[in-house]
Design a protein around this ligand. Structure first.
Ligand SMILES: NC(=O)c1ccc[n+]([C@@H]2O[C@H](COP(=O)([O-])OP(=O)(O)OC[C@H]3O[C@@H](n4cnc5c(N)ncnc54)[C@H](O)[C@@H]3O)[C@@H](O)[C@H]2O)c1
Ligand SMILES: O=C(O)C(=O)C[C@@H](O)[C@H](O)[C@H](O)COP(=O)(O)O
Ligand SMILES: [Zn+2]
Length: 354
Protein backbone atom coordinates (compact mmCIF):
# COMPACT_ATOMS: atom_id res chain seq x y z
CA UNK A 1 0.00 0.00 0.00
CA UNK A 2 1.16 3.50 -0.74
CA UNK A 3 -0.01 6.94 0.33
CA UNK A 4 1.42 10.21 -0.94
CA UNK A 5 1.50 13.11 1.47
CA UNK A 6 0.89 16.03 -0.84
CA UNK A 7 2.63 19.09 0.53
CA UNK A 8 4.12 20.69 -2.57
CA UNK A 9 7.93 20.65 -2.38
CA UNK A 10 7.66 18.83 0.97
CA UNK A 11 5.63 15.91 -0.42
CA UNK A 12 6.68 12.36 0.40
CA UNK A 13 5.54 8.77 -0.01
CA UNK A 14 4.51 6.36 2.74
CA UNK A 15 4.80 2.64 2.03
CA UNK A 16 2.99 0.08 4.19
CA UNK A 17 4.00 -3.52 3.56
CA UNK A 18 5.02 -6.61 5.49
CA UNK A 19 8.77 -7.26 5.40
CA UNK A 20 9.38 -3.80 3.97
CA UNK A 21 12.33 -3.37 6.30
CA UNK A 22 14.30 -5.87 4.24
CA UNK A 23 13.96 -3.53 1.23
CA UNK A 24 15.15 -0.43 3.06
CA UNK A 25 18.18 0.22 0.86
CA UNK A 26 16.28 -0.03 -2.42
CA UNK A 27 13.67 2.48 -1.19
CA UNK A 28 16.34 4.83 0.11
CA UNK A 29 18.26 4.71 -3.16
CA UNK A 30 15.17 6.13 -4.91
CA UNK A 31 15.18 9.28 -2.79
CA UNK A 32 18.77 9.75 -1.60
CA UNK A 33 21.90 10.08 -3.70
CA UNK A 34 24.29 11.32 -0.98
CA UNK A 35 27.19 9.53 0.67
CA UNK A 36 26.57 9.13 4.41
CA UNK A 37 23.69 7.83 6.46
CA UNK A 38 23.25 8.29 10.18
CA UNK A 39 20.83 5.88 11.83
CA UNK A 40 19.33 6.82 15.19
CA UNK A 41 17.63 4.10 17.20
CA UNK A 42 17.12 2.85 20.75
CA UNK A 43 18.57 -0.07 22.66
CA UNK A 44 15.47 -2.24 22.19
CA UNK A 45 15.01 -1.68 18.49
CA UNK A 46 18.56 -1.51 17.15
CA UNK A 47 19.54 -5.09 18.12
CA UNK A 48 16.31 -6.40 16.59
CA UNK A 49 16.32 -4.49 13.30
CA UNK A 50 19.00 -1.81 13.18
CA UNK A 51 22.06 -3.96 12.71
CA UNK A 52 20.64 -5.78 9.66
CA UNK A 53 19.31 -2.58 8.07
CA UNK A 54 22.72 -1.01 8.52
CA UNK A 55 24.48 -4.02 7.05
CA UNK A 56 22.26 -3.78 3.96
CA UNK A 57 22.80 -0.01 3.66
CA UNK A 58 26.55 -0.32 4.05
CA UNK A 59 26.76 -1.84 0.54
CA UNK A 60 25.75 1.55 -0.85
CA UNK A 61 26.55 4.18 1.77
CA UNK A 62 28.96 5.05 4.54
CA UNK A 63 26.85 4.22 7.61
CA UNK A 64 27.01 5.53 11.15
CA UNK A 65 24.67 4.98 14.05
CA UNK A 66 23.80 6.03 17.57
CA UNK A 67 21.82 3.92 20.01
CA UNK A 68 20.02 5.77 22.80
CA UNK A 69 18.30 4.33 25.87
CA UNK A 70 14.65 3.44 25.21
CA UNK A 71 11.88 5.44 26.88
CA UNK A 72 10.35 8.90 26.95
CA UNK A 73 13.31 10.37 28.92
CA UNK A 74 15.34 10.08 25.70
CA UNK A 75 13.00 12.58 24.02
CA UNK A 76 14.41 15.36 26.16
CA UNK A 77 16.45 18.48 25.64
CA UNK A 78 19.45 16.72 27.26
CA UNK A 79 19.63 14.21 24.41
CA UNK A 80 20.19 16.89 21.79
CA UNK A 81 23.89 17.63 22.39
CA UNK A 82 24.60 13.90 22.52
CA UNK A 83 23.09 13.41 19.07
CA UNK A 84 24.61 16.58 17.57
CA UNK A 85 28.05 15.49 18.80
CA UNK A 86 27.66 12.04 17.24
CA UNK A 87 26.60 13.65 13.95
CA UNK A 88 29.63 15.92 13.95
CA UNK A 89 31.98 13.04 14.84
CA UNK A 90 30.51 11.03 11.97
CA UNK A 91 31.15 13.86 9.51
CA UNK A 92 27.47 14.22 8.64
CA UNK A 93 26.86 17.16 6.30
CA UNK A 94 23.75 18.74 4.82
CA UNK A 95 23.91 16.41 1.84
CA UNK A 96 23.64 13.33 4.09
CA UNK A 97 20.62 11.57 5.58
CA UNK A 98 19.29 10.71 9.04
CA UNK A 99 17.16 7.60 9.55
CA UNK A 100 14.82 7.40 12.56
CA UNK A 101 14.37 3.72 13.40
CA UNK A 102 12.12 3.20 16.40
CA UNK A 103 8.95 4.36 18.10
CA UNK A 104 7.65 7.87 18.49
CA UNK A 105 10.43 8.82 20.89
CA UNK A 106 13.18 8.20 18.34
CA UNK A 107 11.06 9.57 15.47
CA UNK A 108 10.27 12.86 17.22
CA UNK A 109 13.84 13.31 18.48
CA UNK A 110 15.54 12.38 15.19
CA UNK A 111 13.12 14.64 13.33
CA UNK A 112 13.92 17.59 15.56
CA UNK A 113 17.65 16.91 15.23
CA UNK A 114 17.23 16.75 11.44
CA UNK A 115 15.31 20.05 11.45
CA UNK A 116 17.93 21.85 13.50
CA UNK A 117 21.33 20.28 12.69
CA UNK A 118 23.10 22.49 10.11
CA UNK A 119 19.70 24.27 9.82
CA UNK A 120 18.15 21.18 8.32
CA UNK A 121 19.17 17.88 6.81
CA UNK A 122 16.96 15.24 5.20
CA UNK A 123 15.50 12.44 7.30
CA UNK A 124 13.31 9.42 6.85
CA UNK A 125 11.07 7.56 9.28
CA UNK A 126 11.07 3.80 9.82
CA UNK A 127 8.49 3.53 12.61
CA UNK A 128 8.60 0.31 14.64
CA UNK A 129 5.91 0.82 17.32
CA UNK A 130 2.18 0.71 16.62
CA UNK A 131 1.84 4.30 17.79
CA UNK A 132 4.57 5.45 15.42
CA UNK A 133 3.07 3.45 12.51
CA UNK A 134 -0.43 4.89 12.94
CA UNK A 135 0.49 8.41 13.91
CA UNK A 136 3.85 9.90 14.85
CA UNK A 137 5.91 9.00 11.75
CA UNK A 138 3.65 11.08 9.51
CA UNK A 139 2.91 14.80 9.51
CA UNK A 140 6.21 16.36 10.48
CA UNK A 141 5.55 17.32 14.10
CA UNK A 142 9.00 16.77 15.60
CA UNK A 143 9.94 17.74 19.14
CA UNK A 144 11.53 17.13 22.49
CA UNK A 145 9.88 17.48 25.91
CA UNK A 146 10.77 20.00 28.59
CA UNK A 147 10.22 19.31 32.30
CA UNK A 148 7.41 21.92 32.10
CA UNK A 149 5.53 20.25 29.26
CA UNK A 150 5.38 17.85 26.34
CA UNK A 151 6.87 18.67 22.95
CA UNK A 152 7.58 22.24 23.99
CA UNK A 153 10.65 22.57 21.75
CA UNK A 154 10.05 21.42 18.21
CA UNK A 155 9.39 22.18 14.59
CA UNK A 156 7.26 21.23 11.64
CA UNK A 157 9.68 19.26 9.49
CA UNK A 158 8.54 16.59 7.09
CA UNK A 159 10.44 13.35 6.41
CA UNK A 160 11.42 12.45 2.85
CA UNK A 161 10.00 8.93 3.12
CA UNK A 162 8.11 6.74 5.61
CA UNK A 163 8.56 2.95 5.56
CA UNK A 164 5.96 1.09 7.62
CA UNK A 165 6.54 -2.63 8.14
CA UNK A 166 3.74 -4.06 10.30
CA UNK A 167 5.73 -7.32 10.72
CA UNK A 168 8.01 -5.61 13.23
CA UNK A 169 5.08 -5.23 15.61
CA UNK A 170 5.51 -8.94 16.41
CA UNK A 171 8.32 -7.99 18.82
CA UNK A 172 6.52 -5.03 20.39
CA UNK A 173 5.51 -5.58 24.03
CA UNK A 174 1.80 -5.90 24.90
CA UNK A 175 2.00 -2.63 26.83
CA UNK A 176 3.04 -0.71 23.73
CA UNK A 177 0.53 -2.49 21.52
CA UNK A 178 -2.13 -1.11 23.88
CA UNK A 179 -0.41 2.27 23.89
CA UNK A 180 -0.67 2.48 20.08
CA UNK A 181 -4.34 1.50 20.25
CA UNK A 182 -4.93 4.72 22.22
CA UNK A 183 -4.16 6.72 19.08
CA UNK A 184 -6.07 4.28 16.82
CA UNK A 185 -9.17 4.79 18.99
CA UNK A 186 -8.58 8.55 18.70
CA UNK A 187 -8.90 8.32 14.89
CA UNK A 188 -12.18 6.45 15.24
CA UNK A 189 -13.47 9.08 17.68
CA UNK A 190 -12.55 12.17 15.68
CA UNK A 191 -13.33 11.17 12.14
CA UNK A 192 -14.23 7.58 11.43
CA UNK A 193 -17.28 6.07 13.12
CA UNK A 194 -16.89 2.93 10.99
CA UNK A 195 -13.32 2.45 12.27
CA UNK A 196 -14.68 2.86 15.81
CA UNK A 197 -17.27 0.20 15.04
CA UNK A 198 -14.65 -2.13 13.56
CA UNK A 199 -12.65 -1.80 16.78
CA UNK A 200 -15.76 -2.58 18.83
CA UNK A 201 -16.63 -5.60 16.71
CA UNK A 202 -13.07 -6.96 16.75
CA UNK A 203 -13.29 -6.98 20.54
CA UNK A 204 -9.55 -7.07 21.26
CA UNK A 205 -6.19 -6.55 19.61
CA UNK A 206 -6.06 -10.30 18.82
CA UNK A 207 -9.43 -9.98 17.06
CA UNK A 208 -8.23 -6.95 15.14
CA UNK A 209 -4.94 -8.49 14.01
CA UNK A 210 -6.17 -9.88 10.67
CA UNK A 211 -7.17 -6.31 9.71
CA UNK A 212 -4.18 -4.55 11.22
CA UNK A 213 -2.67 -3.44 7.92
CA UNK A 214 -6.01 -1.89 6.92
CA UNK A 215 -6.28 -0.15 10.31
CA UNK A 216 -2.79 1.34 9.97
CA UNK A 217 -3.69 2.48 6.45
CA UNK A 218 -6.94 4.11 7.57
CA UNK A 219 -5.31 6.01 10.44
CA UNK A 220 -2.50 7.25 8.21
CA UNK A 221 -4.97 8.19 5.52
CA UNK A 222 -6.95 10.35 7.95
CA UNK A 223 -3.76 11.91 9.28
CA UNK A 224 -2.48 12.62 5.77
CA UNK A 225 -5.71 14.35 4.72
CA UNK A 226 -5.77 16.50 7.85
CA UNK A 227 -2.08 17.42 7.60
CA UNK A 228 -2.39 18.29 3.90
CA UNK A 229 -5.24 20.68 4.73
CA UNK A 230 -3.43 22.31 7.67
CA UNK A 231 0.27 21.37 7.88
CA UNK A 232 1.09 24.01 10.52
CA UNK A 233 -1.66 23.18 13.02
CA UNK A 234 -3.54 26.44 12.74
CA UNK A 235 -7.03 25.00 12.42
CA UNK A 236 -8.34 21.60 11.41
CA UNK A 237 -5.13 19.78 12.41
CA UNK A 238 -5.95 20.52 16.03
CA UNK A 239 -8.55 17.75 15.74
CA UNK A 240 -5.67 15.23 15.82
CA UNK A 241 -5.07 16.49 19.34
CA UNK A 242 -8.31 15.05 20.77
CA UNK A 243 -7.58 13.87 24.33
CA UNK A 244 -4.12 15.43 24.29
CA UNK A 245 -4.78 18.52 26.45
CA UNK A 246 -5.31 16.35 29.51
CA UNK A 247 -2.93 13.62 28.25
CA UNK A 248 0.09 15.91 28.03
CA UNK A 249 -0.73 17.43 31.44
CA UNK A 250 -0.91 13.94 32.98
CA UNK A 251 2.36 12.85 31.35
CA UNK A 252 4.08 16.02 32.60
CA UNK A 253 2.59 15.63 36.10
CA UNK A 254 4.27 12.25 36.46
CA UNK A 255 7.55 13.44 34.95
CA UNK A 256 6.91 11.30 31.80
CA UNK A 257 7.53 8.20 33.91
CA UNK A 258 4.10 6.73 34.57
CA UNK A 259 1.46 6.76 31.85
CA UNK A 260 2.78 6.23 28.33
CA UNK A 261 1.54 8.69 25.70
CA UNK A 262 -1.17 6.38 24.33
CA UNK A 263 -2.38 5.52 27.84
CA UNK A 264 -2.55 9.22 28.72
CA UNK A 265 -4.46 9.94 25.50
CA UNK A 266 -6.95 7.21 26.45
CA UNK A 267 -7.54 8.87 29.83
CA UNK A 268 -7.71 12.32 28.23
CA UNK A 269 -10.28 11.30 25.61
CA UNK A 270 -12.59 9.69 28.16
CA UNK A 271 -12.31 12.33 30.89
CA UNK A 272 -12.77 15.25 28.51
CA UNK A 273 -15.76 13.60 26.87
CA UNK A 274 -17.35 13.08 30.32
CA UNK A 275 -16.93 16.80 31.05
CA UNK A 276 -18.22 17.76 27.60
CA UNK A 277 -21.30 15.59 28.06
CA UNK A 278 -22.00 17.20 31.42
CA UNK A 279 -21.87 20.59 29.69
CA UNK A 280 -24.15 19.34 26.87
CA UNK A 281 -21.32 19.78 24.32
CA UNK A 282 -21.18 16.13 23.22
CA UNK A 283 -23.92 13.65 22.35
CA UNK A 284 -24.92 11.76 25.53
CA UNK A 285 -23.59 8.18 25.64
CA UNK A 286 -20.34 8.98 23.80
CA UNK A 287 -18.17 8.77 26.94
CA UNK A 288 -19.64 5.39 27.77
CA UNK A 289 -18.86 4.11 24.26
CA UNK A 290 -15.27 5.32 24.63
CA UNK A 291 -15.01 3.70 28.06
CA UNK A 292 -16.22 0.36 26.66
CA UNK A 293 -13.72 0.49 23.81
CA UNK A 294 -10.86 1.43 26.12
CA UNK A 295 -11.65 -1.53 28.34
CA UNK A 296 -11.74 -3.93 25.34
CA UNK A 297 -8.22 -2.76 24.42
CA UNK A 298 -7.12 -2.78 28.08
CA UNK A 299 -6.43 0.94 28.22
CA UNK A 300 -6.86 3.09 31.35
CA UNK A 301 -9.52 5.77 31.73
CA UNK A 302 -8.42 7.40 35.02
CA UNK A 303 -5.26 8.98 36.37
CA UNK A 304 -6.55 9.82 39.89
CA UNK A 305 -5.22 13.38 39.88
CA UNK A 306 -7.45 16.35 40.83
CA UNK A 307 -7.76 18.59 37.76
CA UNK A 308 -6.49 21.54 39.83
CA UNK A 309 -3.07 19.89 40.04
CA UNK A 310 -2.58 19.84 36.28
CA UNK A 311 -3.95 23.32 35.52
CA UNK A 312 -0.47 24.89 35.02
CA UNK A 313 0.40 22.22 32.44
CA UNK A 314 -2.99 22.66 30.74
CA UNK A 315 -2.18 26.29 30.10
CA UNK A 316 0.98 25.22 28.19
CA UNK A 317 -1.16 23.40 25.61
CA UNK A 318 -0.04 24.45 22.13
CA UNK A 319 -3.68 24.97 21.20
CA UNK A 320 -3.73 27.93 23.59
CA UNK A 321 -3.84 30.99 21.28
CA UNK A 322 -4.46 34.60 22.37
CA UNK A 323 -5.30 33.34 25.89
CA UNK A 324 -7.90 31.07 24.39
CA UNK A 325 -7.69 27.29 24.76
CA UNK A 326 -8.96 25.48 21.68
CA UNK A 327 -10.29 22.22 23.06
CA UNK A 328 -11.10 19.33 20.75
CA UNK A 329 -14.50 17.85 21.57
CA UNK A 330 -16.69 15.22 19.96
CA UNK A 331 -20.09 16.07 18.52
CA UNK A 332 -20.64 12.34 18.60
CA UNK A 333 -18.44 9.31 17.91
CA UNK A 334 -16.76 9.91 14.54
CA UNK A 335 -17.27 13.68 14.47
CA UNK A 336 -15.11 16.24 16.24
CA UNK A 337 -14.94 20.02 16.51
CA UNK A 338 -12.83 22.75 18.01
CA UNK A 339 -14.36 24.44 21.03
CA UNK A 340 -12.72 27.77 21.90
CA UNK A 341 -12.73 28.25 25.66
CA UNK A 342 -10.17 28.93 28.39
CA UNK A 343 -8.82 27.12 31.40
CA UNK A 344 -12.00 28.28 33.24
CA UNK A 345 -13.51 25.24 31.55
CA UNK A 346 -11.43 23.15 33.94
CA UNK A 347 -11.42 25.65 36.84
CA UNK A 348 -15.08 24.89 37.49
CA UNK A 349 -14.18 21.24 38.06
CA UNK A 350 -10.96 22.07 39.94
CA UNK A 351 -11.40 19.31 42.52
CA UNK A 352 -12.68 16.65 40.15
CA UNK A 353 -10.50 13.54 40.14
CA UNK A 354 -9.74 12.54 36.58
N1 LIG B 1 5.00 13.51 16.12
C1 LIG B 1 3.76 13.11 16.28
O1 LIG B 1 2.87 13.43 15.48
C2 LIG B 1 3.41 12.21 17.43
C3 LIG B 1 2.20 11.52 17.43
C4 LIG B 1 1.92 10.68 18.49
C5 LIG B 1 2.86 10.51 19.51
N2 LIG B 1 4.04 11.17 19.46
C6 LIG B 1 5.06 10.95 20.50
O2 LIG B 1 5.51 9.62 20.38
C7 LIG B 1 6.07 9.22 21.64
C8 LIG B 1 5.59 7.83 22.00
O3 LIG B 1 5.96 6.92 20.99
P1 LIG B 1 5.95 5.34 21.27
O4 LIG B 1 4.70 4.98 21.98
O5 LIG B 1 6.28 4.68 20.00
O6 LIG B 1 7.09 5.19 22.35
P2 LIG B 1 8.59 4.64 22.23
O7 LIG B 1 9.31 5.22 21.10
O8 LIG B 1 9.16 4.83 23.61
O9 LIG B 1 8.39 3.09 21.93
C9 LIG B 1 7.74 2.30 22.90
C10 LIG B 1 8.65 1.15 23.39
O10 LIG B 1 8.64 0.12 22.43
C11 LIG B 1 9.97 -0.23 22.05
N3 LIG B 1 9.87 -0.65 20.65
C12 LIG B 1 9.54 0.12 19.59
N4 LIG B 1 9.40 -0.65 18.50
C13 LIG B 1 9.65 -1.92 18.88
C14 LIG B 1 9.63 -3.17 18.21
N5 LIG B 1 9.25 -3.29 16.93
N6 LIG B 1 9.97 -4.27 18.90
C15 LIG B 1 10.30 -4.19 20.23
N7 LIG B 1 10.30 -3.04 20.93
C16 LIG B 1 9.97 -1.92 20.25
C17 LIG B 1 10.79 1.00 22.32
O11 LIG B 1 12.13 0.66 22.54
C18 LIG B 1 10.12 1.54 23.60
O12 LIG B 1 10.60 0.86 24.72
C19 LIG B 1 5.65 10.26 22.64
O13 LIG B 1 6.73 11.08 22.96
C20 LIG B 1 4.59 11.04 21.91
O14 LIG B 1 4.51 12.37 22.37
C21 LIG B 1 4.33 12.02 18.45
O1 LIG C 1 0.06 15.39 14.34
C1 LIG C 1 -0.65 16.05 15.11
O2 LIG C 1 -1.03 17.19 14.82
C2 LIG C 1 -1.06 15.51 16.42
O3 LIG C 1 -1.60 16.24 17.23
C3 LIG C 1 -0.77 14.06 16.69
C4 LIG C 1 -0.67 13.73 18.16
O4 LIG C 1 -1.04 12.37 18.29
C5 LIG C 1 0.74 13.84 18.71
O5 LIG C 1 0.80 13.34 20.02
C6 LIG C 1 1.42 15.19 18.62
O6 LIG C 1 2.81 15.07 18.87
C7 LIG C 1 0.90 16.20 19.61
O7 LIG C 1 1.36 17.45 19.23
P1 LIG C 1 1.35 18.73 20.16
O8 LIG C 1 1.32 19.83 19.18
O9 LIG C 1 0.13 18.68 21.03
O10 LIG C 1 2.59 18.66 20.95
ZN1 LIG D 1 -0.60 11.72 20.31
Amino acid sequence: MEILVNLGKDSYPIYIENNLISQTSSHIQKIFSGKRIFLLSDDNVYPLYGASIQEDLSHFYECHHLILPHGEATKSFQSLPVVYEALINSGISRSDLIIALGGGVIGDLAGYVAASYLRGIDFIQIPTSLLAQVDSSVGGKVAVDLPQGKNLVGAFYQPKLVLIDPEVLSTLSPRFIKDGMGEVIKYGCIQDASLFQLLEESGSFEGLKPRLMEVIFRCIQIKTQVVEADPFDKGQRMLLNFGHTLAHAIEQFYGYKRESHGEAVAIGMYQLTCLAEEKCLTQPGSAEKILNLLSLYELPHKATIPIGQVLPALSLDKKMLHNQLNLVLLKSIGESYIYPTDTEFFQSVYNKII
